[in-house]
Design a protein around this ligand. Structure first.
Ligand code: MN
Ligand code: MN
Length: 319
C-alpha cells in the first residue's frame, strides 16, 4: 500500500514490525521504521471500489449488500494451519470462497483435516482451493524424492491420504471448474525457491506450465503472483513470475488471485485484470490480514466489460 510519511515523503508499507511501527520502503530507495502515527494513507489504486472491468471491491466489515444477480467472492491464501486463529470478524459470508494455497505448514495430515473442517463450516456455497509450496504432501513426486526426508524424516506421511483428507471444497491442480458461470482455473506452481513443493525453474519450465492455462478462463488462482503485482518481498525485490504475467496478459482474465509472498498482500490492476494477493498470514505468520472480498457482475456482463477495458487500454485483443 502506498503511504505518505510525515517529514519523509512517499513510500510503500513493507512490513508490520508489530511493535507499533512499520517498515517503509521510501520511493527515494531508502527504508526505515516509522511509528504508525506518522503514516498517512496515500491515494489507493484504483481509487474507487469499482474496477475497470466492472468488479466491485467490498470493504470490511463486508455488510454492503451485493447487487441482484451478482456473485460475492471471498479470497484467502497462506493460512498455514492457522485458519482456526483467523479473527471471527474476518469470516464474511460469500457465494464463493477462493484459497490460493499454503493451507498447511508442511502438508501435515492433521492440518489438512482441520482445514477441511474449517472449509465445511465456512458460510459460502462453493469453495475452491489450490495447494502451495508448503503443502508438500500434495506434490507426491517432490515429497517422495526429497520432501519427506527434508521435512518429516521421522514420520513420513501418505500423500494419497493427505489428498483424501482435503474435503469440503473443489481442489484444483492444473484443472478448471465452472462456478455460477465463471470459469475458474487453479495451479499450485511457482518459480523455484529453496527447494519446496511445486517449484519450477524460471523460463522454459514456467512458460510450459502457464501455456496450459485455457484461453477462456475468467478467474485464475495461482499460488505465486505474477511479476509486478503483489510480489514485492520485504527485501524490496519483486519475486513474481514474468512468464505468468505474459500469459495472463495474453488472455482476457478478469481476476488473478495469488498469495505466497505474504508481504505482497493487497490488490493492483493493469487496467484490465484485477490482481489480488490474498495472503492471510503476515510476513511473521500471523493470520491477521483480512480476506479480500469482491462482487462480480453476471459473467456475460463481466466478460464484455473486460474486453472493453482491454480495448480501451489498448492492452490486448479480445479472446
Ligand atoms: Mn505462504
Ligand atoms: Mn508459498
Amino acid at each position: 500500500m502506498h503511504v505518505k510519511v510525515l517529514q519523509r515523503g512517499p513510500g510503500i508499507l513493507a512490513l508490520d514490525n508489530e511493535d507499533g511501527t512499520w517498515n517503509i520502503e521510501f520511493d527515494d530507495g531508502t527504508d526505515g521504521d516509522v511509528p504508525l502515527g506518522d503514516i498517512e494513507t496515500a491515494e489507493e489504486t484504483p481509487p474507487s471500489n469499482e474496477h475497470a472491468n466492472g468488479i466491485r471491491m467490498v470493504a470490511p466489515p463486508w455488510t454492503e449488500p451485493k447487487l441482484e444477480g451478482w456473485t460475492r467472492f471471498v479470497c484467502f491464501s497462506d493460512t498455514h494451519g492457522l485458519h482456526g486463529q483467523i479473527p471471527k470478524k474476518h469470516l464474511p459470508a460469500a457465494d464463493v470462497l477462493l484459497h490460493a494455497g499454503d493451507f498447511t505448514n508442511t502438508g501435515e495430515l492433521e492440518q489438512v483435516e482441520s482445514f477441511s473442517s474449517w472449509l465445511e463450516a465456512y458460510p459460502a456455497a462453493h469453495k475452491v482451493v489450490i495447494a502451495g509450496n508448503h503443502d508438500i504432501t500434495f506434490d507426491e513426486y517432490y515429497y517422495t524424492c526429497r520432501g519427506a526426508l527434508r521435512f518429516h524424516p521421522r514420520r513420513e506421511y501418505d500423500c494419497t491420504k493427505a489428498r483424501g483428507l482435503l474435503t469440503g471444497c473443489t481442489y484444483l491442480q492444473d484443472s478448471a471448474i465452472e462456478v455460477g458461470g465463471y470459469r475458474i482455473y487453479g495451479s499450485p506452481w511457482q518459480p523455484a525457491f529453496c527447494d519446496w513443493a511445486f517449484n519450477l525453474e524460471r523460463g522454459v519450465e514456467c512458460r510450459k506450465q502457464w501455456t496450459m492455462i485455457p484461453s477462456d478462463v475468467d478467474i485464475l488462482i495461482t499460488h505465486g503472483p505474477a511479476a509486478g503485482h503483489g510480489d514485492r518481498c520485504s527485501s524490496g525485490i519483486r519475486a513474481g513470475c514474468e512468464d505468468l504475467l505474459t500469459e495472463i496478459q495474453s488472455r482476457s482474465i478478469l481476476v488473478a488471485v495469488a498469495g505466497h509472498i505474504h508481504e505482497g498482500y493487497g490488490m493492483s490492476s493493469d487496467g484490465v485484470t484485477l490482481y489480488l494477493n490474498a495472503s492471510t498470514c503476515t510476513h511473521s505468520y500471523r493470520p491477521t490480514n483480512p480476506p479480500i472480498v469482491f462482487d462480480a457482475p453476471p459473467v456475460a456482463m463481466l466478460r464484455e466489460a473486460t474486453v472493453s477495458a482491454a480495448t480501451a487500454a489498448g492492452l490486448r485483443p479480445p479472446s
